[in-house]
Design a protein around this ligand. Structure first.
Ligand code: AMP
Length: 115
């Protein structure tokens, strides 16, 4: 398991990030290349390389991440208008960092289908 992704370095505070939420299980920080007025990444502190590697043992963790993302959306004031949660998995999914993360995007209307 690779514990040296850029996100692990953010968890260990080896590189800076604009952290908006943290608890024992997860960390959330602003994406460095925001694709919307609000673009936050919610990541588990425990390394899972991507959702494609998750198992039944990760069910509580995945639920925790979703509830955290929902709470952050409320705190960021985008809940009433709506927002998008996205998880990219693997090459065709557009995943570039091998540490599971949920994109929280909001502050503008989203389009469908995505590119
Ligand atoms: P994905 O393409 O789904 O793997 O998403 C990875 C995301 O991480 C991209 O949206 C990047 O802009 C973002 N990212 C990469 N490096 C950093 C960083 N140092 N701080 C914050 N976000 C980052």
């Amino acid at each position: 398991m690779n514990e040296n992704t850029i996100f692990d370095k953010i968890i260990r505070r080896e590189i800076p990030a604009d952290i908006v939420f943290e608890d024992d299980i997860c960390l959330a920080f602003r994406d460095i290349q925001p694709q919307a007025p609000i673009h936050i990444l919610v990541i588990p502190k425990r390394v899972i390389a991507g959702v494609q590697y998750a198992t039944h043992d990760d069910m509580d963790l995945l639920g925790h991440l979703l509830i955290a993302a929902k709470q952050i959306a409320e705190e960021q004031g985008i809940s009433a208008d709506g927002y998008r949660l996205a998880i990219n998995a693997g090459d065709h999914g557009g995943q570039t960092v091998e540490h599971l993360h949920i994109h929280l995007l909001g502050g503008r209307p989203m389009q469908w289908p995505p590119g």
